[in-house]
Ligand binder design. Sequence first.
Ligand code: TXA
Ligand code: MG
Length: 320
Amino acid sequence: MDTLINKDTDAALKFLNDGKLVAVPTETVYGLAADYRNEKAIQRIFRVKKRPAYDPLILHASDIQMIEGDLVKEIPGLAKELAEAFWPGPLTLILPKKENVSDLITSGLPTVGVRIPGHPLLLELIKKLDRALAAPSANPFGYISPTSAEHVEAQLGGKIPMILDGGPASVGLESTILAIEGSKIKILRRGIIEEEQLKAFSGQIITSDISSSRPEAPGMLDKHYSPRKNLFFADEIAVEKINAQNSGGISFSEYLEGIPHENQIILSPEKSLEIAARRLYAALREMDQSRFRQIVTEKFPETGLGLAINDRLKRAVTRK
Ligand code: TXA
Ligand code: MG
């Protein structure tokens, strides 16, 4: 199958109405989208991604009316405040689902993840379709999420008819996922919307079971976001024991010790966590395709967005 890559939302609309999959840009990472009402198309998402059926999909809407009308039973007050503050944007809320959201989407859960993405091309497409789009990240299950149309093409080219090209993702990490429990906010996945920002909305932020090895439901599996090559934290291996000439490095703002400088990518010499987050997945992919035998990285500062970056890296590293 040929894979078209362009900005033509009418062409994308036609594929979606025909039950086909279209990779779509969002501000976080690219998604692999289907019309949420088409069960065959939903099943196709799981097949193309090789995603296990127990890992639910999130839904993307163009406005709150679409979410309230079609997708969820209710949006509690606290969720509504968060929605008003952060949508369109990199926030996913877990809410009680309406009947017309298929169990295939939620893996049988009574809740569904919803968000209004902050990308104009995708919003235009959802408005034209006039229905929500189910879309997980557009990578094979367990691999690094794509932050550009080229990344999607490298893995799903030939398997889907179209990639809607919205340019490189501005955030570069998947959305922050929150569940609301009464007056408490539970962070199920960290992202660019940080714990600190959430404190304005609730006195109780629960983070304890992020990174659980027994995921509550979300695909917060320990091993995820991984390159094919072995990836190590510099402080967890003896750098002298691996062949430094054969190792690629990815660091925050300064060169890693013991690895030739020309083998390394520094994500943000200016020490910006936002810039580092935006570039991280492209760097991991570049190293995965390089001549290097393994990749060495480091833990980022344990504050703000650094926590979200470390969360992804901890799941991506090789455990022996
Ligand atoms: O930024 C994003 O969220 C991107 C873009 C494309 O929107 N999407 C994304 O989807 O990262 P995905 O499927 O790769 O990750 C969504 C996560 C999965 O780990 C899934 O297990 C979890 O959300 N999830 C989905 N529905 C859930 C639910 N009802 N309860 C708890 N977790 C849920
Ligand atoms: Mg994913």
